[in-house]
Design a protein around this ligand. Structure first.
Ligand code: 3PY
Ligand code: MG
Length: 253
């Protein structure tokens, strides 16, 4: 069965989610109950381990939100472990060239599309209770691969990265990109915006799906209008901080 995430993208509708750094699986569950399409369980930044991520994936499945793991680096083992514990997709930092993109694409799929390490005694293979052929076939069909373009090298090599089959979504990381153009953290700086707009235009011409991160709803709307189809809006800790801050500033003299 297709996830809501897949159905929306197939219909040409953008998918909306957020990053998760809090270790309690309730956070992903709440995001699902609120109607978000995906949760990116962040193992690049923050304290989340595979053991914790596995429980967050279980809670994602309870409420129909797609669990994506952002791995710490473009490492085939990190990618296969994320998929083995049940993530629907992997999001990989710092894709710089076609070789990086190829590593991500093939590490996430079994033969003949890739060389993902093979074990069916894991959660994604229902601990060996699933029919073998069915497991290897459906795993390749379902998986979503997302590669971060977040440095000038990636921008220079955009055409060769886009030519790699099997990288489903190209995700612009505005924060790392801002550092790469010399203005760390200034995600609204025209230097960053220009790079982002150029990547989006080239990707649209090549019929590639684009994703990005937005700090808030206003910025998310801007990128959706520009054609971004996978948009991560803020981070659990930031959302919680803003809500607490609003209570404090609204009610305290
Ligand atoms: C970045 O902006 O660099 C990211 O990785 C996502 O926010
Ligand atoms: Mg980044």
């Amino acid at each position: 069965m297709k996830s809501r995430f897949r159905e929306k993208l197939d219909k040409g509708q953008p998918v909306i989610g957020s990053f998760v750094k809090i270790t309690d699986p309730a956070v992903v569950e709440i995001m699902g109950l609120a109607g978000l399409d995906f949760a990116i369980i962040d193992m690049e930044h923050g304290p989340i381990s595979f053991e914790t991520a596995q429980n967050s994936i279980r809670s994602a499945e309870l409420v129909g939100i797609s669990p994506i793991i952002r791995v710490s680096e473009n490492d085939p083992v990190a990618i296969l472990r994320s998929l083995d514990i049940g993530a629907e997709g992997v999001e990989v930092p710092q894709i710089r060239n076609a070789k990086d993109a190829q590593i991500t694409a093939s590490s996430a799929r079994f033969h003949p599309q890739g060389d993902r390490g093979v074990c069916r005694y894991v959660r994604s293979g229902r601990y060996s209770s699933m029919d073998r052929k069915e497991y290897f076939r459906t795993a390749n069909e379902k998986v979503i691969t997302i590669g971060h373009l977040e440095g000038i090298e990636a921008v220079k090599n955009l055409d060769e990265i886009m030519a790699v089959d099997g990288l489903d979504i190209l995700f612009i990381g505005p924060y790392d990109l801002s550092q790469s153009v010399g203005v760390p953290g200034e995600v609204d700086n025209p230097l960053v915006i220009k790079q982002m707009e150029q990547i989006i235009e080239s990707a649209k011409k090549a019929n590639k799906l684009i994703g990005t991160f937005a700090d808030d709803i206003t910025s998310a709307k801007r990128w959706i209008d520009a054609g971004v189809m996978y948009i991560a809006v803020s981070v659990d800790v930031g959302i919680f901080y803003n809500a607490c801050r609003e209570i404090a500033t609204s009610l305290m003299k």
